[in-house]
Design a protein around this ligand. Structure first.
Ligand SMILES: Nc1ncnc2c1ncn2[C@@H]1O[C@H](COP(=O)(O)OP(=O)(O)O)[C@@H](O)[C@H]1O
Ligand SMILES: [Mg+2]
Length: 149
C-alpha cells in the first residue's frame, strides 16, 4: 500500500510529522529514504515535537544515533556517515529496533538487510525548491492502518 502527499514548505513537513506522531505505537520503526537536504530530519523533528520531546532534534553529526525521551523513547539513527556495516553492528541495533520506543532511521537503505520484516517506509523527494513529495509505503497491516488514517 502506498500514499503520497506534497508539502510546500518545511513547516508543512514538520506538521505532517506531528500529525503522524499521534498514531505511533511503541516498537514502531520508520525507515527514511531520500537525498541529503530533502527534509528527513525536518519530518522527524515534527514527530518528536508531537511526542513531547523538549530538547532540540538535529541530525547527529558525530554519532550515528541519538536518543530522546518523549511519551516513549525515540531512537534517531542517521547513517549518512556510516563507514561500513561493522560500525552499524557495533551499535547493538536489535535493542532499538525490537525495543519499546520508536525507531526512526535516516539513510535506511544503507542497512536494508537488517530492517525488521515490518516497517513503514517514508521516501522524500524534492519536487522544487520548497516542495517535497513524501511517499509512505508498507506491506504490513499495522502500518497500512496508519497510512489510511
Ligand atoms: N517542503 C519542505 N520540507 C522540508 N524541508 C524543506 C522543504 N522545503 C525546503 N526545505 C529545506 O530543506 C532542508 C531539509 O533539511 P533536513 O531536514 O536536514 O534534510 P535531511 O535530513 O533530509 O538531510 C532544510 O533546509 C529545509 O528548510
Ligand atoms: Mg538529516
Amino acid at each position: 500500500m502506498e500514499f503520497n502527499i506534497i508539502t510546500n514548505n518545511p513547516e508543512e513537513t514538520r506538521k505532517l510529522g506531528k500529525k503522524i506522531s499521534v498514531l505511533v505505537q511503541p516498537g514502531d520503526l520508520f525507515a527514511f529514504y531520500g537525498e541529503l537536504g530533502v527534509g528527513k530530519t525536518c519530518f522527524i523533528q515534527g514527530i518528536c515535537y508531537g511526542l513531547g520531546v523538549k530538547e532540540g532534534v538535529n541530525s547527529p553529526s558525530f554519532t550515528l544515533i541519538n536518543e530522546y525521551q518523549g511519551k516513549i523513547p525515540i531512537y534517531h539513527f542517521d547513517l549518512f556517515r556510516l563507514n561500513g556495516i561493522d560500525e552499524f553492528l557495533d551499535l547493538g541495533y536489535e535493542e532499538y529496533f525490537y525495543g519499546k520506543g520508536l525507531t526512526v532511521i535516516e539513510w535506511a537503505g544503507k542497512i536494508e538487510g537488517f530492517l525488521p520484516p515490518d516497517y513503514l517506509k517514508i521516501e522524500i523527494n524534492s519536487v522544487s525548491y520548497y516542495q517535497r513529495r513524501i511517499i509512505f509505503k508498507s506491506t504490513q497491516k499495522k502500518y497500512q492502518v496508519l497510512i489510511k488514517e
